[in-house]
Design a protein around this ligand. Structure first.
Ligand SMILES: [Zn+2]
Length: 411
């Protein structure tokens, strides 16, 4: 393993000229592969590092807003039209920004990123120290998805620096709570999607730099089981164990998993009981569901919501439903992917796609509204949500260039 090396200074090496546009260099007006202006990997990494070094757990709205402040300043410096929507329910603010050209009423390109991470405050100083080892750069949320979020910003900056515009208007949305299902930003995402001809989602690339063209839907359910408490020694026969009932329910829920159809269920959290010598009166389960199609979403949701107690003296109550709708690789998405693949070939790599991933994203919302959506356009790497979360430095330039080229060529 290569020795850890220190990161480059976080101040971008090249500064935007005060006019933002340096004047049109004739060599830069022809956007063909052989004639693409320079992208600076160290400058991209320095920018990513700046965003990673502000820790942003989803539930800490004030912390997320510290980064929103920075991103807002960065976008305003580019001359973007910025709208900041105050957060609700303790979450951070939503940032919407339009490139400084184009008719805002024309359907354009929606670029989606999130600024929150799953990592708690302090990860930066302990488990997830930002460091580079050869081609690998570690950091909390660097892969999912501060690298991609910054690369989108950098792509816009690059187009502006090059003195260009794009055929379609561009709208960015930076989301403060994607990692918990975008409960407060979903309506804004869907409103922006209705004004979009395409959606580009900057979630991480995966499985060797592949993009994403389909995602399973995500459902979340809670089950509350009520039994009857009793002394576990003296009056055991009077008790009705909510935990015993939960055991039956858990097996029934887990039995809905069917790898052949792509349905998975997971009882991920359980709590219950009040003491080791008490027959438990309460038990609580949290359930995660993943489904590949709307039909399966409906049928499995009905099965989960329809679960009833096996013990007639226990009560089972289930609530919840689909949080993110599934989307498949439609003909429109396949066409969009083919365009991206051709652009990647010009850049010099063979872009493959993952046509169905189990992880949800805000791309589920845009695709479900029929907007051709290309996801996983961020940095390559691995370890999302994990202790070894990392990106590949060598993916920064080609993947950012692909974002630039999509913005420049989609029409
Ligand atoms: Zn993400």
């Amino acid at each position: 393993m290569a020795a850890a090396t220190s990161l480059p200074a976080v101040t971008p090496r090249a500064k935007l000229p005060s006019s933002l546009c340096s004047g049109t260099d004739p060599a830069m007006t022809d956007a063909t592969a052989s004639n693409l202006p320079f992208l600076d990997a160290d400058e991209i990494l320095a920018g990513i590092t700046r965003w990673v070094e502000i820790e942003t757990p989803s539930h800490d709205g004030a912390a997320v807003n510290t980064l929103v402040d920075m991103v807002e300043r960065d976008l305003r410096r580019l001359g973007a039209r910025v709208d900041r929507i105050p957060g609700r329910d303790g979450f951070g603010d939503v940032l919407e920004a339009e490139a400084p050209w184009g008719d805002p009423d024309e359907k354009g390109i929606l670029v989606l990123g999130h600024l929150d991470t799953v990592h708690p405050i302090g990860a930066l100083a302990t488990t997830h120290r930002v460091r580079r080892e050869g081609d690998t750069v570690f950091g909390p949320g660097i892969y999912d998805m501060k690298a991609g979020s910054f690369m989108g910003y950098y792509a816009l900056q690059h187009i502006i620096r090059s003195g260009r515009t794009t055929p379609l208007p561009i709208r960015f949305l930076y989301i403060p709570e994607e990692e918990v299902g975008s409960p407060t930003s979903r309506a804004r995402i869907e409103a922006a999607a209705r004004k979009a001809k395409y959606a580009l989602v900057l979630e991480p690339a995966r499985d060797g730099n592949k993009c994403v063209t389909g995602r399973k839907g995500v459902g979340r359910f809670e089950m509350r089981i009520t039994g009857r408490a009793a002394h576990a020694g003296m009056r055991h026969q009077d008790g009705r164990s909510a935990i015993r009932e939960a055991a039956h329910q858990i097996l029934a829920i887990e039995a809905m998993t069917d790898y052949a159809t792509g349905v998975t269920t997971n009882v991920g959290l359980i709590s219950g009981g009040s003491g080791v010598n008490v027959v438990p009166a309460q038990c609580h389960l949290d359930i995660d569901l993943r489904v590949p199609t709307p039909e399966l979403a409906d049928s499995v949701t009905a099965r989960i919501l329809g679960l009833t107690a096996q013990d007639p003296d226990c009560v089972v109550e289930v609530s919840g439903g689909m949080n993110r709708p599934p989307y498949g690789k439609s003909a429109e998405i396949a066409h969009l992917f083919a365009q991206a693949r051709a652009l990647a070939a010009e850049i010099g790599y063979d872009l493959q796609d993952v046509p169905l991933t189990g992880g949800g994203s805000d791309g589920n919302f845009t695709a479900a509204l029929g907007v051709p959506t290309l996801d996983g356009l961020g940095a390559d790497g691995r370890g999302a949500h994990a202790l070894d979360e990392q990106i590949r430095y060598s993916s920064l330039v080609p993947n950012t260039r692909l974002i630039v080229r999509l913005l420049e060529t989609l029409r």
